[in-house]
Design a protein around this ligand. Structure first.
Ligand SMILES: [Zn+2]
Length: 327
């Protein structure tokens, strides 16, 4: 009876979440949105973290006596404004993170501690790859090997998701979310409460993956953190039980896309991938001191006339430093 009740509650929960999803008009990232790249997702303001079920609804479903109102709280509900079971990273970190730093206590005496998601060689680390950011740490494994939850928490996403392939995303009690991607099989479902060490899936090679491996990410309010700053993968343990996330570190270390743009800008190159209202794509260039159109054109492998046409200017237009040009 207990199991039946839990199952019914889970059904009601998923219906409520599905409804919340349908009314909040989520912007599903397009194909250009690479796995782990949350920059194109918009901030969601709806509060679906607490679902209030009236007694009438429950009694109708279960025909048992229950308190007047049953409140189900998702992990870290005071921190996150949404509980979204469909989208990987539906948050806007910059809007939500309004302090200079936060101290995160990774495990507490009330939960089961930490378990390494998989013990194996690291094959790719956090950082910028040739064409895109890599927000995870890749761990070599064989298809079918067990992948485990790092901390206690609740499964938020358990589905095939674009480049991630079969993927599990867990919201933890400590405020973090962890991502387990390219799995061959999912062994948990969204809404499921799990403990550190629970096998969440079998390792695999699904999604954008060449060869079996686990792509593992740690995020806070959607912002990816280098997992190697939290976990000593060689020893299979946490570096420390507290992790301090500083705004400074996000700007100088973790926000790969912004860092890449800054790097390109420093080299005098246009950056970004924007679209105008006619759907034509362009990059942005910030005019620097001493620039002229022919120099900008040469550096960015385009022509003066093309720049003039895109920006509605003449070859003789005087460019002030700091002016934005479409390239
Ligand atoms: Zn990866």
């Amino acid at each position: 009876m207990q199991n039946y009740l839990v199952k019914r509650l889970r059904i009601i929960l998923s219906i409520t979440c599905a409804f919340a999803l349908s009314v909040s008009a989520f912007a599903v990232p397009d194909d250009r949105n690479k796995p782990g790249d949350d920059k194109k997702d918009k901030a969601k303001k709806d509060d679906t973290t607490k679902v209030l079920l009236s007694a009438a609804e429950i009694i109708e479903e279960t025909e048992t006596e229950l308190p007047d109102t049953l409140e189900i709280s998702f992990p870290s509900h005071d921190l996150y404004s949404t509980w979204n079971t469909e989208t990987a990273h539906p948050y806007n970190f910059k809007e939500s993170f309004r302090c200079d730093s936060v101290q995160i206590q990774l495990t507490s005496e009330y939960d089961c501690g930490f378990t390494p998601p998989f013990c194996g060689y690291l094959t790719s680390l956090y950082g910028w790859r040739k064409y895109r950011p890599h927000y995870g740490t890749d761990i070599d494994l064989e298809t079918g090997e067990h992948v485990r939850a790092a901390f206690d928490g609740m499964v938020r996403v358990a589905r095939y998701y674009k480049g991630y392939g079969n993927c599990v995303i867990i919201r933890h009690n400590n405020g973090l979310e962890t991502v387990y991607a390219h799995l061959s099989k999912l062994l948990v479902e969204s809404g499921q409460q799990i403990e550190s060490g629970t096998v969440v899936g079998l390792g695999g090679n699904t999604g954008h993956s060449r060869g079996s491996h686990l792509h593992f990410e740690i995020r806070y309010l959607g912002q990816a953190i280098d997992a190697q700053d939290v976990i000593d993968f060689e020893k299979g343990e946490l570096i420390s039980n507290t992790f301090v996330l500083r705004k400074n570190d996000v700007e100088n270390k973790y926000d790969l896309r912004a860092l890449h743009s800054r790097y390109k800008s420093d080299l005098g190159l246009a950056y970004g991938n924007y679209k105008d209202k006619n759907g034509k794509s362009y990059k942005l260039y910030y005019v620097r001191k001493g620039d002229n159109l022919s120099r900008i054109a040469k550096r960015n492998r385009t022509t003066v006339s093309a720049i003039c046409k895109k920006n509605g200017i003449k070859p003789t237009t005087i460019l002030k430093p700091g002016r934005k040009l479409k390239i």
